[in-house]
Design a binder for this molecule. Structure first.
Ligand code: ADP
Ligand code: ZN
Length: 211
């Protein structure tokens, strides 16, 4: 299965990505997680990304596209992959399409998680992130919902000032890729409401109807 998730910040892409990647036995490739891992490790890539991430802006395409293309040449993508957080604008979507077409591994689905704007702000400002594995948890949680680790923190960009900018960037730059994938005929949309496992079920059902 070769697919990607699209939806506003707070739609639950990261959470669903973990379950779907496990279900289909494919790697979960999150550009946000890769950037954060590089930040933590203090790499050149991390330093390049930091200022953009802290402001809720997109990291420049030149940096992001090369990073994803490199990741998609690793051996673990032979059964497919799940992209989370990429592409985030139409140029990235075009670069990805070109790359995958050249490799004869076109995308099979773009799964949109749709959610109302007021719900997003509520979710993001109360979200905590696991420093060990990157999984999100609810505010007030003492342990990571994924690895049970206890080092939970609030992402710099989950603070209220930055959330507003991320939502703007999403509307202006990322939402147009939904029309792009609709016109490619591979868009699937599910509502991102309900319990985590209900949403996973819906996603798997929608994906199972693919030709
Ligand atoms: P979100 O919870 O908003 O989906 P992510 O963890 O996916 O957040 O991304 C966090 C930040 O990393 C973004 O706000 C952006 O600065 C940067 N980033 C992640 N993916 C991309 C991308 N495809 N293009 C440019 N910047 C990106
Ligand atoms: Zn964890």
């Amino acid at each position: 299965m070769r697919l990607l998730l699209v939806g506003p910040p707070g739609a639950g892409k990261g959470t669903q990505a973990q379950f779907l990647a496990a279900h289909y036995s494919i790697p979960h490739i999150s550009t946000g997680d890769i950037f954060r891992a590089n930040l933590k490790a203090g790499t050149e890539l991390g330093n390049q990304a930091k200022a953009f991430m802290d402001r809720g802006e997109l990291v420049p395409d030149s940096v992001t596209n090369d990073m994803v293309k490199d990741r998609l040449t690793h051996g673990d993508v032979k059964n497919g992959f799940l992209l989370d957080g990429y592409p985030r604008n139409v140029v990235q979507a075009q670069v990805l399409r070109e790359f995958l077409t050249a490799n004869q591994t076109p995308l099979q689905a773009a799964l949109e998680l749709s959610i109302a704007a007021n719900e997003i702000i509520k979710r993001l400002s109360s979200r905590r992130t696991c420093r060990t594995c990157g999984a999100p948890s609810e505010a007030g949680a003492t342990n990571c919902s994924s690895c049970n680790g206890t080092d939970l923190y609030q992402r710099e960009d989950d603070k209220e000032e930055v959330i507003a900018r991320r939502l703007e960037v999403y509307e202006e730059q990322t939402a147009p890729i939904i029309a792009f994938y609709r016109s490619e005929g591979i868009l699937l949309t599910i509502p991102a409401v309900g319990t985590v496992s209900e949403i996973t079920e819906q996603a798997i059902t929608a994906l199972s109807r693919l030709a």
